[in-house]
Design a protein around this ligand. Structure first.
Ligand code: IPE
Ligand code: IPE
Ligand code: MG
Length: 262
């Protein structure tokens, strides 16, 4: 294993396995995708396999989010977006939703420390007004306190649904038309993008979905138009830095054509 791969060990333990792709090559050739988005799926199945309640899968999943932020920052990824709670996830049992809210509370505080230690800027996308006032306050303070950090931008999608994001954006755009700030014939693709929660964030280069499911589940439908999609069977609580590097290795084997003849 190369020395540089060792330099990415950040969990207080020695690497024992060889990475599937040489990190040194990826770093040297500038092949690290600028924006990696992840649909973190499989927490419930991870817990079920162990005879544990679903919420324990979310607890483990949160630990993996924390490690992945640090790994992404060290790899030189500029933007990491994670899908943490969808507009459809409110359909789950009261007990599971409440457990997830408690985790948001706990991690909002914890993330503040991790973000500042790693020069990470945190941004939330999704519709936050549905959350309890203390969670909204924690989200706002996380964004405000880390706004000046210049390293990785960590985007967390909470109460996020792509169709809801488009609906909210279109409503605001129509209002701006009514008030005379823009006219309908001035609307370009860039205008639409600027009304989305992801305004000023570049589109993901690579989308990873764990747990073997191969669908978007209402995630970034506009932004993923030309992203490379990578699906792996590993359940989110089992996701490791090696899995991330494997996905980046696969990304580097793809030829992105953007509609050109290639
Ligand atoms: C993803 O894991 C986390 C959230 C959607 C909050 P799941 O909870 O969907 O796990 P599975 O798909 O049931 O295994
Ligand atoms: C997508 O996973 C949402 C998140 C990862 C937060 P789901 O588990 O909710 O998606 P479906 O229901 O399998 O499509
Ligand atoms: Mg799921």
């Amino acid at each position: 294993m190369s020395e540089s791969a060792g330099a990415f060990t950040n969990r207080g333990q020695e690497e024992t396995t060889c990475l599937p792709v040489c990190l040194e090559d990826l770093m040297e050739d500038g092949k690290i995708p600028a924006h990696v988005a992840i649909i973190m799926d499989g927490n419930g199945r991870w817990a079920r396999k162990r005879g544990l309640p679903r919420k324990m899968g979310h607890v483990e999943g949160c630990k993996v989010v924390e490690r992945t932020v640090e790994d992404a920052a060290r790899l030189g990824i500029r933007y990491l977006t994670v899908y943490a709670f969808s507009t459809e996830n409110w359909k789950r049992s009261e007990d599971e939703v409440e457990a997830l809210m408690q985790l948001f509370r706990y991690y909002a505080k914890r993330l503040l420390k991790i973000a500042n230690e790693n020069n990470v800027r945190v941004k939330m996308i999704g519709e936050r007004s549905r959350f309890a006032p203390d969670i909204i306050k924690a989200i706002n303070s996380l964004e405000d306190t880390t706004a000046g950090n210049t390293g990785l931008t960590f985007v967390i999608a909470v109460n996020y649904g792509s169709r809801d994001e488009l609906r909210r954006g279109v409503t605001r755009m129509l209002r701006d038309c009514e008030e005379g700030h823009i006219t309908p014939d001035q609307v370009t693709e860039e205008t639409i993008a600027s009304y989305l929660d992801t305004a000023k964030i570049p589109d993901p280069d690579l989308l990873i979905r764990t747990s073997g499911e191969e669908r978007l589940s209402n995630f970034m439908l506009w932004q993923l138009a030309y992203s490379e999609l990578y699906f792996c069977d590993v359940l989110w609580p089992d996701f490791t830095k090696e899995e991330l590097v494997k996905a980046i290795g696969e990304y580097n084997r793809r030829e992105r054509r953007f509609g050109d003849a290639g």
